[in-house]
Design a protein around this ligand. Structure first.
Ligand SMILES: [Zn+2]
Length: 222
């Protein structure tokens, strides 16, 4: 494994992994999740992007590269972006075009330690069906207990955000929707896919799995 070099913060474990009692570096962790989600069919055709926060001040994140087969991302391919500027990256690689969306989530939610964006078939189907309403609601399902931020038995109202081509503007739209996004750490993107987050990679992965179950259930129940 190629271990990224040149940034003291990046050599250490991420803040939130450390708090969670785990000692994984964010680069190998992101490479592992990228392969895992690719193998599940959630990141086809180089799509999707994953990040883990390295530190809050200044906001510094490790993020997957753009236009790279997500089944073949190595730890050394992961870039480090600090306040929207690449501070570490292999020559020829660019950070995800959706970095602005990740940054908006980390800035809006201080406890957020990992943001995962994938293109699953069922999240895209449900996001497209509910695009005009701007929300999809789930209620009474045992699986909702998996969202720690949700009150027991409360319905989960997941925002369906517009698929805005201008990604800086998309990031601004995330900030504008902060209140709606504070209930459940997930949103769908119309005609596009879904984004989930958590205090660390493990929690963001769990939230993706819950959302994928809910979207598949919603689609197949119709
Ligand atoms: Zn996408």
């Amino acid at each position: 494994m190629t271990r990224p070099r040149g940034l003291a913060a990046a050599r250490s474990v991420s803040e939130h992994s450390r708090r969670g009692g785990e000692r994984q570096d964010p680069f190998s962790e992101l490479a592992r999740y990228s392969k895992l989600f690719y193998d599940r069919g959630w990141m086809p055709g180089t799509s999707g992007n994953l990040s883990i926060k390295i530190k809050s001040k200044p906001l510094t994140i490790a993020i997957t590269p753009s236009s790279v087969d997500k089944g073949e991302v190595a730890a050394g391919d992961i870039l480090v972006v600090s306040i929207s500027k690449v501070v570490r990256g292999k020559k020829g690689l660019r950070p995800s075009a959706e970095t602005s969306i990740h940054e908006a989530l980390y800035e809006s939610f201080p406890d957020c330690g990992a943001v995962f964006h994938v293109h699953t078939v069922h999240s895209t189907l449900v996001a497209t069906r509910c695009a005009s309403k701007g929300v999809v609601a789930f209620a009474g399902l045992e699986m909702l207990k998996g969202f720690e931020t949700l009150s027991p038995k409360a319905p989960a109202k997941i925002p369906v955000l517009d698929n805005i081509d201008d990604l800086k503007e998309f990031g601004e739209n995330v900030r504008r929707n902060k209140e709606r996004l504070s209930k459940v750490p997930a949103f769908l993107i119309a005609h596009h896919g879904m984004t989930c987050w958590g205090k660390n990679g493990q929690e963001a992965e769990k939230n993706l799995e819950l959302m994928e179950f809910l979207c598949r259930y919603a689609w197949e129940a119709q």
